[in-house]
Write a protein that binds this ligand. Sequence first.
Ligand code: THU
Length: 134
Amino acid sequence: MEEKALLELLEEAKKAALNAYSPYSGYKVGAALLGKSGKVYTGCNVENATYSLTICAERNAVFNAVNQAEREYRAIAIWVEANQSFPPCGACRQVLYEFSPHMVLIWGSYGGHQMSTLDKLLPGAFVLEPSKDN
Ligand code: THU
């Protein structure tokens, strides 16, 4: 994918970060997932007083897409309202891998951005042969 298109996706992720609910960590994260159809699905992190119930922006974006019947993705952009950015956590990498193992990733913050692909970020991913076509 062209860098220009990825930077546009990162702008969508930045907008999504405005909705983050993160009173405990203070981290506002937004994700924008580009489906093969060309449609963009967003998500933000949603924290909880029971900390372990917190869900990351990336997984919310994937679940948003699956709920709208899109299961194959070209790219995901992740924005954090901070000066340092990070690629998705291990749990989110695994969830993304389920649907599009070769997708492109861009992550950024006010400090700059970086890009990679999911197969590079999650070598040796856990996979199961689906037993049913649904
Ligand atoms: N977070 C994300 O939204 N995505 C990640 O890939 C890592 C962490 C959120 C979860 C939590 O609300 C905050 O960042 C600090 O962990």
